[in-house]
Ligand binder design. Structure first.
Ligand SMILES: NC(=O)c1ccc[n+]([C@@H]2O[C@H](COP(=O)([O-])OP(=O)(O)OC[C@H]3O[C@@H](n4cnc5c(N)ncnc54)[C@H](O)[C@@H]3O)[C@@H](O)[C@H]2O)c1
Length: 300
């Protein structure tokens, strides 16, 4: 589908990072944009930044983990613009909480935003896209959707987003739905995701404490993210993929190499290595050593 003036894009998680860059990219093509986010102040600022002539930017405060809110987002977008052509289910969070010894609320939060947010987005917009006879859905997963190593709840949700996106693509092909589907699987991108807990929701109670070593690991992640790919470059790749009807959006080939090596391990029937060396980070052995050292009592 061509991204041309007058078409309409909806982006979740649009107040920051990749979502904001996507909204700006679509606006540069002359498209109207609906920006959705749980961060209302950030959303207002982001919407004001979109100032292309002839482009309308409309903010809809939305918690994507809430089905009714996402249905209302779809209804508002259709009511306002009469159509929606591009839907980016992009909002996402990650947690420092321990997945197995910490409270379940961290799972509830990450699953709610990263997985249910995408499910709600597909279910709310798909009928509109099909009825109007064209449209493209882009779900933001991660390289953590193709290889574990970024934390259990994040990995689990991102694997699920890759799988459901591939299923949706298959269904569209099999029954001839007039829509395109893409899944975005980035490595490090320069955004605010390392501070995802700024959006910890009150209704889940106290934010769980960081798990053992989580702050050390998060420090390495933060540095890699700060040195990562600019979000505008990712947004250009997404735009190209929509126009080329390309399913896989893989901005970081060096991560794909690691995922392929993992698949060789699987095909060979070998047990997982237990640790993954991510591009852009010190070796996992080095990070584990740092965590161990932080736990050791100081020498007398
Ligand atoms: N930055 C990276 O290195 C990286 C790598 C791979 C995948 N991703 C994915 O990219 C997507 C965008 O993240 P980002 O890196 O731009 O981070 P970001 O923190 O800069 O932006 C995420 C946005 O999602 C919003 N959000 C959080 N909870 C929400 C909710 N319940 N409802 C609606 N919006 C909500 C936040 O307010 C924020 O504006 C996420 O799905 C993330 O998992 C990021």
């Amino acid at each position: 589908m061509k991204l041309v003036a007058g078409k309409v894009a909806v982006v979740t998680g649009a107040a920051s990072g990749i979502g904001l860059a996507l909204a700006e990219r679509f606006a540069r093509a002359g498209m109207h944009v609906v920006l959705a986010d749980v961060d209302e102040a950030g959303l207002a600022t982001a919407t004001e930044r979109i100032a292309e002539p002839g482009v309308e930017a409309h903010a809809v405060p939305t918690d994507v983990s809430d089905e009714a809110a996402v249905q209302a987002l779809a209804a508002t977008a259709v009511e306002r613009f009469g159509a929606v052509h591009v839907v980016c289910n992009n909002a996402g969070v990650s947690t420092r909480a321990d997945p197995w010894f910490g409270p379940l609320s961290a799972w509830t939060w990450v699953m709610g935003v990263n997985l249910w947010g995408v499910i709600h987005g597909v279910r709310a917009f798909l009928p509109h896209l099909v009825a109007q006879g064209e449209g493209h859905i882009i779900n933001t997963a991660s390289m953590a959707g193709l290889m574990p190593g970024a934390g259990a709840s994040y990995d689990a949700t991102k694997h699920a987003v890759v799988a459901l996106s591939e299923d949706l693509y298959g269904t569209a092909q099999q029954i001839g739905l007039p829509i395109g589907v893409s899944v975005l699987c980035p490595g490090w991108v320069r955004t605010n995701i390392a501070e995802a807990n700024r959006n910890w929701p009150d209704h889940l109670g106290e934010e769980p404490p960081a798990g053992i070593g989580a702050d050390i690991i998060r420090g390495h992640f933060r540095r890699a993210i700060d040195e990562g790919m600019p979000p505008a470059v990712v947004a250009d790749l997404v735009a190209d993929s929509i126009e080329a009807e390309r399913f896989w959006v893989l901005p970081h080939p060096e991560f794909v190499d690691v995922a392929v090596r993992r698949w060789h391990t699987i095909a060979d029937g070998n047990n997982p290595e237990g640790t993954v060396d991510f591009p852009g980070l010190p070796s996992s052995a080095q990070i584990i050593e740092e965590v161990r050292a932080s736990l050791s009592p100081p020498a007398p």
